[in-house]
Design a protein around this ligand. Structure first.
Ligand code: ADP
Ligand code: MG
Length: 277
């Protein structure tokens, strides 16, 4: 029972277990609580009883072999799937089953494996459109006359990703890696408190992957954001994550600091047994 769903104020996390009661060792209050979430697709249990707490400001990775349920979990959190069981609490408010747009407005942004880049406008315009979509109505009108506030935001989003020099380029002409960065810029343009990235380094070379994960960590920490990262390649998350949870056949089989999780026999077994990578 969710107590009607809305609970305002810092103390209002309905049903939060006692300290040590299943959220793992967190350094601060949870910004996101995934509470006994299950998701069935017909006869397939894609997620079973998954409980995860993500602390404000941390980089939390969800890893697991292909088909483990990682993207399904992200889609449940972002409102693209309604869970069969359980609930999702963001900043003390039950967001289970809300529409994706409403969840985004509350400060949670997700990049999609299908890109939301407009290919035939420039890099700069892509980000400007995303920034403007977040201005209040009055701000949108004002920004027609006085573009500088939007421009400053677009500049600050592109700059750390090394995309300023590509600002006039059509988005479709960017390299694969640059397009992945642009997608993250578009998610950041909605000014989230929690950013969710689903395999952001997919298709990158090992060198690009290392550079990208370092950069993502820097940007997330500099902006004071919380990051929830999905990745199937365990080596990618080791350097970037504060904590890691492992999904296997829809169940959480381990959670903790990266080094501890990597050495867990159940995790080693999950990755060696039947995973294609
Ligand atoms: P991962 O992201 O860890 O690779 P997914 O969450 O994409 O795994 O998929 C978990 C399981 O759920 C897989 O068996 C997949 O085939 C299934 N699945 C995912 N989405 C759907 C869907 N919309 N309809 C039916 N089955 C799905
Ligand atoms: Mg996936």
């Amino acid at each position: 029972m969710s107590g009607g769903g809305e609970s305002r104020g810092a103390t209002g996390s309905p049903g939060r277990p006692e300290r040590g009661g299943g959220w793992g060792a967190m350094s601060g209050p949870p910004i996101l609580e995934i509470d006994r979430v299950g998701k069935d697709f017909g006869a397939l249990a894609a997620l079973t009883d998954v409980t995860i707490g993500v602390a404000s400001g941390e980089i939390f990775s969800v890893i697991g072999p292909n088909g483990a349920g990682k993207s399904t979990l992200f889609n449940v959190i972002a409102g693209l799937h309604v869970p069969t069981r359980g609930r999702v609490v963001f900043h003390g408010t039950d967001i289970t089953g809300l529409a994706p747009e409403r969840i985004n407005r509350r400060g949670l942004a997700k990049t999609f494996q299908i890109t939301n880049i407009f290919p035939e406008i420039s890099v700069w315009e892509n980000v400007a459109v995303a920034v403007q979509s977040r201005q209040p109505e009055s701000g949108r009108l004002a920004s027609l006359w006085r573009r500088s506030p939007v421009d400053a935001k677009v500049h600050d989003l592109l700059e750390p990703f090394g995309l300023l020099g590509r600002r006039e380029e059509l988005a479709e002409n960017l390299s694969h890696g640059e397009q992945r960065y642009l997608e993250i810029c578009l998610a950041l343009a909605t000014e989230p408190r929690l950013l969710m990235l689903d395999e952001p380094t997919a298709g990158m070379t090992p060198g690009e992957t290392k550079e990208a994960t370092t950069l993502i960590r820097q940007i997330v920490k500099a902006r004071g954001l919380t990051l929830l990262l999905i990745e199937h390649d365990m080596s990618v998350v080791m350097g970037i994550s504060d904590r890691v949870a492992v999904l296997h056949f829809g169940e959480k089989i381990a959670e903790g600091p990266p080094d501890v999780v990597r050495a867990d026999p159940n995790v080693i077994e999950a990755y060696l047994g039947g995973a294609e990578d």
